[in-house]
Design a protein around this ligand. Sequence first.
Ligand SMILES: [Zn+2]
Length: 334
Amino acid sequence: MPRQRRTILTGRVDLRTGSPALRTTPIFRFALAVMTTLCVAAPSRAQQTQTEEMERRARILATAPPDAAKVLFGRQQTGAPTSPRAIGSFARGCLAGATALPVDGDNWQVMRIARTRNWGHPDLIALLERLARRGPSVGWNGLLVGDISQPRGGPMLTGHASHQIGLDADIWLTPMPGRRLSRDERETMSATNVVASSWMDVDSEVWTPRHTAIIRAAAKESDVTRIFVNPAIKVALCREAGSDRSWLTKIRPMWGHNYHFHVRIACRDGDASCKDQDPPGAGDGCGKELQDWLALQRKAMFAPKRKGGGKPKPERFWTMDDLPGECRQVLVAR
Ligand SMILES: [Zn+2]
């Protein structure tokens, strides 16, 4: 495998640092802001095995102060036993009354079980179960479910800026095999990268009409407001959508998301503590906006690395003061 491709697949290219010219463009700054506040940054999130994840967590724990919000929320093993409430925003908040998606269902299997991130708002868990059951009718055998949220939501020790209030879920772009995966396979098996090495389209060797079908089925769920996919995946969806294009509005291009798609549902009715986003703009988003994303991604992926590269900024760890006040109760509720 050529060196460049290998580097991309293992996620060592950091899209936050493109070429200097690229970093000065307004759209790049906008995209960067979106990327860092709403979603994941590295292209290969689903790839980390249990061992790699444990090493990453240990590195963070070695430097994080004990009152860091991600340390406090990261150690929770059970939900807060209250009525369900999403508190704060997708990238800054927490979750009360979460339920866990069972690790096995007829039409789904939870991956990376050891991370304990199969918790979510009960409405999101119900949606995942419903979508999983619908899968076979659109040719998708079942869902391999990645990270949802921690038992009480909140910031995570590793990965994901969002996924904090139990309304976001990652679904692998690998169809569920027709057998139960072993515990070991669920911790080590690699998800499928469906994007071509050009980063301009899907990889025709792995992409199938079934991929479009399951993403379309998810987008057509009325609770779903956004689905994040790599811009190259949106290219395929735009091409394969046919005449019914209304659901494409919900398909939002985002860095990474080449091994999984990310489903987001709206704040629940009457949940005053939950800060929703505006709905995405009208139109299918298959025109200039998508072309701009593709161009930016391509530049960022193939720009020569600057010598020296600048030192990464040390992380500023959020404390409970950085989260909505109600999250303090969520953390200690018994
Ligand atoms: Zn996600």
